[in-house]
Design a protein around this ligand. Sequence first.
Ligand code: UD1
Length: 328
Amino acid sequence: MTSDQAILVTGGAGYIGSHVVRQLGELGRPVVVLDNLSTGFKEAVLAGEHVVGDTGDRALVEALLKKNRVRAVMHFAAHTVVPESVANPLKYYSNNTCNTRTLLECCSAAGVQHFIFSSTAAVYGVPTEKRVNEESETRPINPYGSSKLMSEQMLRDLAHISPLRYVTLRYFNVAGSDPMCRIGQSTPNATLLIKVACEAAVGRRQTVSIFGTDYPTPDGTGVRDYIHVEDLAGAHIKALDYLEAGGDSTLLNCGYGHGYSVREVLETVERVHGHPLTIREQPRRAGDPPTLVAAAERIKNVLGWIPKHDDLDAIVRSSLAWETKRRY
Ligand code: UD1
């Protein structure tokens, strides 16, 4: 890639996309962000040019790819709230699946060579294994997971008949912020555990709920593989390096390979913050699997990715710092 060929980052004003844009900027890579600001924040775009628009806007995407001689695309733009996807499935298939189809068509026509796709552990549904690997069965149990799995399949099928090569990254549970707290998660009405617990710790909400205490797990609460957003962003940089070095298309879990229960997370927030939380035990939340933990060997072997923040205390400290300082 020559220096005038920009990387197109859809959803680059969102939580994970903005961390990748910042890291690309620090590496001196030219970036164009396409984000309609439906859930992102313009303040979160710390590098490159930001175009406010929709991934499904074919004319705009065609023009951006051409003008910036784009050879690599990172596609983050998506709706991500699982319960909302159950209540409004077509919204999810429209934005996450149909718009991805349009983007892929434009990429193919414009000769884009490398595509990095944000997928999710939600494609696994309720796994039967203790740790899910990339060959584990995909049986999503909500439209969010289905909308992402359909996009994975389109990308795979397109790459099969074209020169496009891709890395699909299946994210597990992402938390934390950048070390200087310039960007972090600000989703309104967030439902994610660490986010909610940190909001409660700093007084933005009164209580935290534990959804389900009767799961078949060591302490009865749900177990997840929590990954620091800085490490996840780093995986995207590694994925781009890999494709640019000629790597084959691949599919990779993004997690650390071990899980923490809801109670362990809440205890960590209390310990790191130094104050007790007001915790309410509630019935299970619909659609939550008991345990979702990545088999995380492949990403290390294929990309040479080495996590730097595999430490729940550090993840919570980073999330708490953002919650204390955030300006948007
Ligand atoms: C999140 C992602 C999903 C992704 C999945 C991968 C979102 C909205 N969801 O879902 O896309 O596929 O990670 O694992 O981005 N919990 C509580 N109290 C709360 C909130 C959550 O007890 O207030 C529990 C849940 O029941 C679950 C665990 O905490 O056991 C994690 O939940 P959450 O942080 O919402 O993430 P996921 O549902 O796993």
